[in-house]
Design a protein around this ligand. Structure first.
Ligand code: ATP
Length: 231
């Protein structure tokens, strides 16, 4: 449904992606893993149109969207939760969520459904974004993206730095979201959470996809993958 075909992208004079090909199909959950600086976040930014493709193509449902800016990309039904979450600090949790519904596409995700998914957010609905814990902010960032009813959700290290119990809560929520048919791309440095959620994996190294395969191939190639991600 959404794919990069041999994409080069970067920052200023620095090229960060070298011929990256990556795709996610309708309803699929795909993991993008790799060490610090391998190019995972940059790949998500290229998928979202935050960074332009300097070479290669970006495609949605078979059509080239290489030059499409971010706001129009999100209107196609592509949601993005950045690594730093970008919660609006002075706004309440509920206001953050309703901002997410501005570019609303029709679909199942409403305030009520987000609160069902994350009961903690319902309890904290009147708290300002800046007063929420890291885990609550991550729930809020995901909830805000869901409010736009995307068809694909791009998640950049959603569990980084969070306590194991919160990691479990988030992994359960992502499994529910994906189980209801939304495609998910999840970026993580290690594979603990992706292994629970995904059947297809891509491992990045030095701005390129160094390995890609399904669960069976992942298990068979485990030694090589451990070396690539530096376990
Ligand atoms: P991390 O886990 O640290 O987020 P990553 O795999 O997501 O790692 P990227 O953030 O995509 O890696 O970084 C890929 C390369 O691009 C790195 O060499 C990094 O230093 C560089 N880079 C990332 N963001 C910028 C930026 N805003 N300006 C310049 N270079 C950048």
């Amino acid at each position: 449904m959404l794919e990069l075909c041999a994409v080069d992208a970067g920052y200023g004079n620095a090229q960060a992606l070298h011929g990256v090909s990556f795709s996610v199909g309708a309803g699929e959950a795909v993991a993008l893993i790799g060490r610090n600086g391998a190019g995972k976040s940059t790949t998500l930014k290229a998928l979202m149109g935050i960074l332009p493709c300097r070479a290669g193509d970006r495609r949605f449902e078979g059509r080239s969207i290489a030059g499409l800016p971010v706001h129009r990309t999100s209107r196609l039904g592509i949601g993005y939760v950045p690594e730093d979450r970008q919660v609006f600090g002075p706004l309440t949790a509920e206001e953050n969520l309703t901002v997410g519904a501005r570019s609303h596409r029709p679909g199942p995700w409403t305030l009520r459904r987000v609160y069902d998914l994350f009961p903690r957010l319902a309890e904290r609905r009147h708290a300002r974004g800046q007063s929420l814990s890291g885990g609550e902010q991550q729930m809020l960032a995901i909830g805000r993206a869901l409010m736009a009813n995307p068809r694909v959700l791009l998640l950049d290290e959603p569990t980084e730095g969070l306590a194991p119990i919160i990691v479990d809560t988030l992994a359960d929520a992502i499994a529910i979201i994906n189980g209801e048919g939304m495609a998910v791309v999840i970026v993580e440095q290690n594979f603990a959470v992706p292994q629970r959620l995904c059947r297809r994996f891509a491992v990045m190294e030095n701005g390129a996809v160094a390995w890609a395969g399904d669960t069976a191939a992942f298990a068979a190639d485990r030694d090589r993958i451990d070396r690539l991600i530096g376990v």
